[in-house]
Design a protein around this ligand. Structure first.
Ligand SMILES: Nc1nc2c(c(=O)[nH]1)N[C@H]1C(S)=C(S)[C@@H](COP(=O)(O)O)O[C@H]1N2
Ligand SMILES: [Mo]
Length: 193
């Protein structure tokens, strides 16, 4: 009697487990992995502009950022990292100064700008550094660069694995400047104080 009961109970349980095991690869392939659509990655798709010195505190969607045609910048940016690796990367984005000055609006006392990434990485600039339009490429005399928030890198959307497809990109301050550590991937907020 006991044994029969257990058998009756076990068979449907076994079937259920087998069914779930069979469904696992299907669930994985169809993307039931935690809710986020692939295109959004871990970012929420919005850039926050905030801080004491911002007139219009706002949240901008990727589409709003991409439609800022007057501030559009597309160029090959030179980078050097701490290992001395030199590279050129083609970026398309918006001049950060244009975004802050024309769209967000800045108060007179604005002086410090923090760019904050999803992983907590933060780079800080003075307002003069944001405004500057003559960053250099030590290998290309005469070329001038602006600091941009890029959404396109070498013809493809910037990396979304860890957040928004927004990368802060800038040229060199002067010859020998190791500039890549001052770039920031997956930017989610800009603070101006
Ligand atoms: N969000 C984020 N951005 C970042 C970093 C980081 O850890 N997190 N590291 C910086 C450093 S030290 C360098 S050298 C470059 C590396 O960029 P890469 O991974 O595209 O080579 O990104 C910079 N931006
Ligand atoms: Mo680095």
């Amino acid at each position: 009697m006991k044994i029969k009961c257990r058998q009756n109970f076990t068979r449907p349980a076994k079937t259920l487990v087998l069914l779930l095991l069979a469904l696992l690869p299907v669930m994985f392939l169809t993307g039931c992995r935690g809710g986020q659509p692939d295109s959004a990655g871990a970012g929420d798709g919005f850039l926050a502009i905030q801080g004491n010195a911002v007139v219009n505190v706002m949240r901008l969607s990727m589409d709003e950022i991409k439609s800022m045609e007057d501030g559009l910048v597309e160029d090959d940016y030179f980078s050097v990292n701490t290992y001395g690796t030199k590279e050129y990367t083609h970026f398309k984005g918006v001049w950060l100064w244009y975004l802050l000055q024309e769209k967000a609006g800045l108060k007179d006392h604005a002086s410090k700008v923090s760019i904050i990434a999803k992983d907590g990485y933060k780079v800080e600039y003075t307002l003069e550094e944001i405004q500057r339009d003559d960053y250099i490429d030590e290998q290309n005399p005469g070329a001038k660069y602006k600091m941009i928030l890029a959404w396109e890198e070498d013809g493809r959307e910037c990396d979304t694995a860890e957040g928004n497809p927004l990368k802060l990109v800038v040229g060199q301050k002067g010859p020998g400047d190791v500039n890549k550590p001052f770039w920031a991937r997956n930017v989610m907020a800009i603070r101006v104080d």
